[in-house]
Design a protein around this ligand. Structure first.
Ligand code: ADP
Ligand code: MG
Length: 222
């Protein structure tokens, strides 16, 4: 196994007016390639903040995150944008699909930032994997929540990212639909040997991951 991602003493605080809210208080973490990892923690404990920092969407106040030994903090903005576009896939609780695009176009969107070929075949393959072959020309508003999230999963995998981050991906779904969506996510991640970091409130879901972590008082516990 080889390390793909490492966080070292990550700190993050927000200011609300003049009052500082310490969210992350020295988070360190080493993630191996191909690993599946869950992060649990109370609402407001900083899970989303941590995920955004690990995926290069946000920067820590102190500490650093290394992707294959390259510092995300010291990376210049264009390079960090390319890192996010090509190496990282995000699935959010609220899907974040573009309403004016159809399902196929939503999945194709990340490939616009690459020179990858055969993107249409890839998008169609992923939509088939999540059981939406017959919904490709639908708009997101014409789909159920579970279907929208499956589109978001296909989109997150479009560029074959090394890292997949899922932030409470089943938070808006009933438990049966959520299970199906998670099966899609785990199956796809595993089939392509991707690294999956999953934030969830659900202990059973967390139990499907190889490692379970708890974010508490600004720190991670194994
Ligand atoms: P979680 O995902 O675990 O629910 P978050 O990472 O979203 O937690 O938020 C952690 C804490 O930081 C919360 O108290 C939240 O209110 C605060 N917070 C998050 N984002 C901001 C922001 N942009 N400005 C100020 N406070 C924020
Ligand atoms: Mg959150």
């Amino acid at each position: 196994m080889s390390e793909i991602l490492r966080a070292e003493e990550v700190h993050k605080k927000y200011f609300i007016g003049k009052r500082a809210v310490e969210v992350l208080h020295g988070v360190s973490l080493s993630v191996q390639r191909g690993e599946t990892l869950s992060i649990m923690g109370a609402s407001g404990s900083g899970k989303s903040t941590l995920l955004h920092i690990l995926g290069g969407l946000d920067r820590p106040d102190a500490g650093d995150v290394f992707f294959e030994e390259t510092s995300l903090v010291r990376m210049k903005p264009p390079k960090r944008a390319a890192f996010r576009a090509q190496r990282v896939g995000f699935v959010f609780q609220s899907y974040h699909l573009l309403p004016e695009l159809d399902v196929l176009e939503n999945v194709l969107l990340p490939s616009m930032a690459t020179r990858r070929r055969n993107v249409r075949e890839r998008a169609e393959h992923l939509l088939e994997q999540v059981g939406l072959s017959d919904r490709m020309d639908h708009r997101p508003t014409e789909l159920s929540g579970g279907e929208q999230q499956r589109v978001a999963i296909a989109r997150a995998l479009m560029n074959s990212p090394d890292l997949i981050f899922a932030d409470e991906p089943t938070g808006n779904l009933d438990s049966h639909t959520g299970e199906n969506v998670l099966h899609n996510l785990f199956d796809l991640a595993q089939a392509e040997n991707r690294t999956l970091i999953l934030v969830t409130h659900n202990e059973e879901i967390a139990g499907h991951c190889q490692r379970e972590l708890l974010l508490k008082d600004g720190k991670l516990e194994e």
